[in-house]
Design a protein around this ligand. Sequence first.
Ligand SMILES: C[S@@+](CC[C@H](N)C(=O)[O-])C[C@H]1O[C@@H](n2cnc3c(N)ncnc32)[C@H](O)[C@@H]1O
Length: 309
Amino acid sequence: MTDGSPAGHEPVLAREALALLHPAEGESVLDATLGLGGHGLLFLREIGSSGRLVGLDADAENLSVARERLQDGASRCTFIHANFREIERLDLPAFDVIFADLGVSSPHFDDPKRGFTFRADAPLDLRFDQSKGTSAASWFASATEEEICNVLREYGELREAKRLASALYAEQRRGGGLGSTGAVRTVVEKVSGYRANELLPRVFQALRIAVNDEMGALRAFLDTAPALLRGSGRIGIISYHSLEDRMVKNAFRDLATPPRDPRTGADLHAPEYELLTRKPVVPAPEEIERNPRSRSARFRVLRRVSPRH
Ligand SMILES: C[S@@+](CC[C@H](N)C(=O)[O-])C[C@H]1O[C@@H](n2cnc3c(N)ncnc32)[C@H](O)[C@@H]1O
């Protein structure tokens, strides 16, 4: 096996993920966002010949790249093409380690056919799973101006959301539609002039989060995944957006807080989980220099401490 970092792909916060999640010989790991198998390969090495890795990805193409990369350990792996929002329905066993590295992978940007990049003209898709759901082009066709504005403001953190939404909505209604990445790019350029290159990544990020319902998927994952931990199992999530990080932070904090008697306010029993990260772990400056895409990463980890009540 290689060190898990083929050219152009270094797993984000790899050292920190191994140190905090501490996958040990013989343990079982669920990598809920297998991607290109970068972290998966490192986990597989730590859990050795008696460990098991279940790898999930919503993107069938990424999953087959990962399958190829992990083929030396194939007998210890299970690959599942699924959205992690569905884990409750997948009838999975309990795990020692659960991991998710949210968001996009490099091939999403590098392959213009996927419609994730505004740098090439292509159909406006942006779905992780092209076998289901609605492409960004179809989303635009039925979105109201207000919905577009909310998505740009919340998920793109764009101060210009209102002006952009108004122009995008008008373009959609004009008949030409917003079927391609180029059409969106042209509208953003018209509205924001020389600032277009600064705004375009955030416009596309916002569309991607909306089209894949990334917040809804994360909510469902946070509601179900911790219960899949066994013994003193650990769950760790790397997020790249402040809204996602807030969701992870709040969910982990709630799980690590003792439940209270609503009448007396007294603690009912010790919490089932403890936080292993009081503050989010962020990449070291050297990692950001080597891999600029890691710069917004925030990693939080929770450990199960007591049997269920
Ligand atoms: C940042 S990449 C993961 C990279 C991976 N850790 C590695 O080292 O190769 C995120 C991956 O998660 C997948 N993904 C995003 N949202 C998902 C979801 N809700 N369910 C399953 N996979 C998802 C994407 O398709 C992408 O392959």
